[in-house]
Design a protein around this ligand. Structure first.
Ligand SMILES: Nc1ncnc2c1ncn2[C@@H]1O[C@H](COP(=O)(O)OP(=O)(O)O)[C@@H](O)[C@H]1O
Ligand SMILES: [Mg+2]
Length: 248
């Protein structure tokens, strides 16, 4: 069997007396879209913050490419190829799409003794990367604030992919979007998966998850009942698992 790119075993997380997660295990495989489903407060964001080095788990183990590891900080997660796109995107609305894409990593060229930003090249790569995601931008110099919610998500996803993400974590990328924008983002997710990147897609919308997911892990009040595989589970079962404890 293929070694998971990332595996988290028996993860627990307490915030003082609040038990946000207990004994959550998940295996992330390259080229698969793994959906993490759950109602508000189920522990989804806490779990991916552990995957991305924002929080340390209270208990449990993390393996990356088969080796046990600790993810000490968001920086070390990024350096290992774990990229996260949060609900409230880390983007600067008044800055151009191009500058938001590069964010301090802009390409430079030499003019005599000076180094200046190679705007032409930066723009060209941005347009090319967005094209690969199926999005045609009108103008790389337009400010990010003028993009639709779905386009912003796609820029953040394209940025993570271009800078070498192996595991791309998306925290509720479709929750604030309308039907048309949601479709665009789901198509972008499918494209990322085709590149062999592992996608962890957090959602509380079962329909969105079923559209792109290969595996489904449901969190309910910090616990999981395990992982289901595409085709072996349907809408009603996933919906029931998400609200299971309430029905008891
Ligand atoms: N930094 C924190 N301090 C205290 N409690 C927290 C913190 N982060 C999350 N929680 C609690 O952990 C539980 C799970 O939250 P969260 O992971 O945000 O859920 P979800 O993303 O599924 O909506 C909630 O009860 C929330 O109040
Ligand atoms: Mg959340």
């Amino acid at each position: 069997m293929e070694t998971p790119i990332m595996q988290l075993t028996d993860i627990g997380k307490h915030f003082c007396s609040i038990k946000a997660l207990s004994n959550v295990s998940i295996k992330i495989i390259q080229g698969e879209c793994h959906c993490l489903l759950g109602d508000n407060g189920a522990g989804k964001s806490t779990f991916i913050k552990i995957m991305s080095g924002v929080h340390q788990p209270t208990s449990g183990q993390i393996y990356f490419s088969g080796e046990m590891t600790t993810i000490e900080s968001p920086r070390s997660a990024i350096d290992s190829g774990i990229a996260t796109v949060y609900q409230d995107l880390a983007m600067i609305p008044l800055m151009s799409v191009m500058r938001n894409f590069w964010l301090g990593r802009e390409l430079v060229k030499n003019i005599g003794p000076f180094k200046i930003m190679d705007t032409k090249k930066c723009n060209a790569i941005l347009m090319q990367e967005m094209e690969k995601m199926g999005i045609s931008l009108h103008d790389p110099s337009q400010s990010v604030g003028t993009l639709s919610g779905g386009e912003k998500q796609s820029v953040a996803i394209a940025r993570a992919v271009y800078f070498g993400a192996k595991v791309l974590i998306l925290d509720e990328p479709t929750s604030a979007l309308g039907v048309y924008q949601t479709e665009k983002v789901l198509k972008t997710i499918a494209k990322v998966r085709e590149k062999g990147i592992a996608v962890v897609f957090i959602s509380h919308n079962v329909n969105h998850a079923l559209e792109v997911g290969d595996k489904f892990t449901v969190l309910c009040r910090g616990k999981t009942l395990g992982t289901a595989v595409r085709g072996k589970i349907d809408y009603a079962q996933l919906q029931y698992m998400m609200s299971g404890e309430k029905l008891n």
